[in-house]
Design a protein around this ligand. Structure first.
Ligand code: NDP
Ligand code: HSE
Length: 435
């Protein structure tokens, strides 16, 4: 007969009962039996901290466990794990630090806090031998953090490309399929509840940069200031360029790109043209995906829902169970994820070597194209192909040039010359092409 150990009960305090918090609350209740069968653990939600305890909530939460004081969670000696799901920097940061100081483990989905203040959180976790679970902070339901830190533990990761913002991916998919202008696609995303009423963090690329910071620290063991990430969003993207990209066999995605080069790291978020047969090109709508190149495992693609109540809560609960297993085995919690990172240099965007899509709006006159080609050539930019489109007005005609690989600072020099020319009617549109 197999001897079974007694079921252990782990006490949880949840800070924040919005989209993700109420998903966690529901999963811990609705899946209690299967969690117990799989892990031998029971979870008891001891306290829930919210801004407004009087608010009507679904699911219903017993009044007795609701509080508006985060300190009620970290001061409660029975609570083993504090789950931070309020978002933002304050008071999330202070609450997590106090939780460690009071001997609690912490689980968070707060990518903004991890990106900007991750170092101090992990230092404090290490100092108190506690764990900080962060699976839900990047790509919601996709277990990308576990894959990077555990599944690929022996691999050296050279680069990864991620579609890590569902709102932007929805907007770009709609612009490519319908076709919609940016504003129409954003409105549709808001109408379907994907984009916030103030969607700035998403469409300006900041949310993707937060997630890139977390992924790069784990994939490359690197520490760097968050502000060293180059960030461009999709706000200025024109339907015209989405359509031309398509005609040329490409799709535009907002990518979070991390590359480990010999002389430093490339960390950048920007709209990127991908060939239609690239594994990320078919990631549509609100879905997320991360393409990883690891030296032993090879190319890997992680795909799934990057946001929403249950996908995100699923990742939070997986961290809770992981930590609870360690607590129940009285096992030492391993060093937290960022504790072994070393300071690494982030290369300036001018050093990036890429192929480019360039759209010039020029006067339809003899010699104009020749002068553009001459300027590009003078700065070492080699042309892969040239495409002249139907004039959009009597004033200018679009000319599209795809280049071979070139260094970005050389392209910038060429364009600053070209953009000043009399026959160039608008600032040239530039998009990096990734293969
Ligand atoms: P919501 O805005 O839906 O919920 C926030 C919750 O926090 C609410 O319950 C609110 O209380 C509570 N709260 C806010 N400020 C305080 C405070 N000062 N003290 C106590 N309680 C407070 O957020 P989400 O659930 O969407 O996001 C939570 C975290 O998860 C964020 O870090 C977010 O970036 C991250 N995340 C979210 C995803 C998603 O799909 N939504 C996906 C991946 C990560 P009250 O209910 O009383 O207003
Ligand atoms: N705003 C984010 C998105 C939520 O659209 O992907 C998940 O982090």
């Amino acid at each position: 007969m197999i001897k079974t150990s007694p079921i252990k009960t782990i006490h949880v305090g949840i800070l924040g009962l919005g989209t993700v918090g109420s998903g966690v609350y529901q999963i811990l209740k609705s899946h209690a039996k299967s969690i117990e069968e799989k892990s031998g653990l029971r979870f008891f939600i001891k306290k829930v901290c919210v801004k407004n305890p009087a608010k009507k909530r679904r699911p219903r939460v017993p009044r007795g466990i609701l509080t508006r004081r985060p300190s009620d969670l970290w001061k409660d000696p029975a609570i083993d794990i504090v789950v931070e799901l309020i978002g933002g920097i304050h008071p999330a940061k202070e609450t997590i630090l106090e939780a460690f100081r009071h001997g609690k483990h912490v689980v968070t989905a707060n990518k903004a806090l991890l990106a900007e203040e991750g170092r101090i959180l992990f230092q404090e976790a290490a100092a108190h031998h506690k764990k900080l679970g962060l699976e839900a902070s990047v790509c919601g339901g996709i277990p990308i953090i576990k894959s990077l830190t555990e599944g690929l533990a022996s691999n050296r990761i050279s680069h990864f490309l991620g579609i890590v913002n569902g709102t932007c991916n929805y907007i770009l998919s709609a612009m490519s399929d319908r076709p919609y202008a940016f504003g129409e696609a954003l409105k549709e995303a808001q109408g379907r509840g994907y984009a916030e009423s103030n969607p700035a963090l998403d469409i300006d690329g900041v949310d993707s940069a937060h997630k890139l910071a977390v992924l790069a620290r784990l994939a490359f063991g690197a520490e760097f200031p968050f502000r060293s990430i180059h960030v461009e969003g999709i706000r200025g993207l024109k339907a015209l360029d989405v359509a031309y990209a398509r005609e040329l066999g490409y799709v535009i995605k907002l990518l979070a790109i991390g590359k480990r080069l010999r002389n430093g790291l490339e960390l950048r978020v920007h709209p990127t043209m991908l060939p239609l047969d690239h594994p990320l090109s078919n990631v549509r709508g609100v879905y997320n995906a991360v393409f990883v190149h690891a030296d032993q495992a090879g190319d890997l693609l992680f795909y799934g829902r990057g946001a929403g109540m249950f996908p995100t809560a699923s990742a939070v609960v997986s961290d809770i169970i992981d930590i609870a297993k360690k607590i129940s085995q009285d096992a030492d919690v391993e060093p937290p994820a960022f504790s072994w990172v070393s300071r690494q240099k982030v290369l300036p965007i001018g050093n990036v070597v890429s192929q480019y899509y360039l759209r010039f709006q020029v006067a339809d006159k003899p010699g104009v194209l020749g002068r553009i080609a001459q300027s590009l050539g003078k700065h070492g930019i080699s042309i892969l192909s040239v495409h002249q489109k139907e004039p959009l007005s009597t004033r200018s005609v679009p000319v599209i040039i795809l280049t071979y690989e070139a260094q970005e600072k050389n392209l910038k020099s060429a364009l600053s010359e070209i953009n000043k020319a009399r026959d160039v009617r608008e600032k040239t549109v530039v998009m990096r092409v990734e293969r």
